[in-house]
Design a protein around this ligand. Sequence first.
Ligand code: LLP
Length: 430
Amino acid sequence: MNVFHRETGSAGDVLHVESVPVPDIVQSVGSPVYVYSRAYFENRYRSLTAAFADCGKDSRVCYAVKANSNLSVLRLFNDLGAGFDIVSAGELMRVMAAGGDPARVVFSGVGKTVEEMDLALKAGIDCFNVESAAELTRLEARAGLLERPARVAFRINPDVDAATHPYISTGLKENKFGVPAETALSLYETARASEWLTPVGVACHIGSQIETMEPMLEALARLLDLVDTLAGRGVELEHLDMGGGFGVTYDREVEFDIAAYGQRVQAALQGRPLTLSVEPGRYLVANGGILVSRVEYLKPAGEPGGPQFAVVDAAMNDLIRPALYQAWHGIEPVCEPGEGAISGRWDVVGPVCESGDFLARDRPLTLAPGDLVAVHSAGAYAMAQSSNYNSRPRPAEVLVDGSDFEVIRRRETIEDLYRHEQAGAAGRRS
Ligand code: LLP
């Protein structure tokens, strides 16, 4: 089902999300606004669980909270039975606020603080994905002090090239993540010898927006070697966490073939009594969201072939992916063009004072001031990476369910932006 589709009615040809015309949302909530589809999220979750259903002894999906951490999105995945991959105390608190069970949480990340460990230990999370010897030392100390045992997995850096953007590649030895398999062997021994730690798993995550399964299968082979070596030394692991990273289609990328990958993983795991975990973020949510924005001004080319700018009311602070990763996001007008529309190739830019502030470049579009545009693939790493740069309040978030929609985060007010500041100290010296 295509949840984002056009329907022709009395208002002409209009973009809908499920059964809701996008202009209805903007009329009630304003622009810019992120709009998500519940049906899309649910379908994607089901296709993932189906792909891994026969893998290992059991399988589980731990949604990577960082991709879209709205409480309603977390509750939706929790109700579908998902666990969660978190990387901060903030993400753990969000999961719990959404009604998620800490016993289904795995904690990744290279820089877990004492406070974060303590919170996770007291909450009773399922597993810490430990990324260094120093982190293990700290975790053991905190677990002992609080008298809260911890289950641990080590995140292995398998040194494989995920062939993705360098900023989101994480499985090469020059990346800060994980430990080499050889180092991990002694860390498992340390964990086994500890009164407070139990080594239960092995983990990896080699990058994000990965298009082909080969790098992941290579990583899997290295992890299974380690699992077997450990078994030979009497350390029997319960689970193997292959991370997230499944690529989606933004433009012409071939979508990651999750079903085929599931079959290959199943074949590779055969005979081992391991639970398979995956930690997808983008795959579940990216193409389930749009960012809707209004054209404020058009700046047509001053000379033939010159640059033309459509200035819209969303900006790099709302969707930083084009500026940060040179990412391409689809963009389409929500309605038929308004009066005075101009056809051409447009750079769709925001009001932020940087030339890096663009959402799309050189796109063939017919636009008039006041028209709405929808920027696609804004369900992942859009709101989650937004900021208040230029003192811009963050947009509202809306979740569509059939013919209903609900505001799941209200638009920020300008007062929200300086609520925690004070102007008191300035001027005291005079
Ligand atoms: N697990 C771990 C340990 C991770 O670090 C990540 C993502 C995931 C799972 C989920 O990866 P996914 O399935 O979403 O690819 N901001 C970037 C993506 C950064 C990904 C960081 N880690 C972007 O907008 O492309």
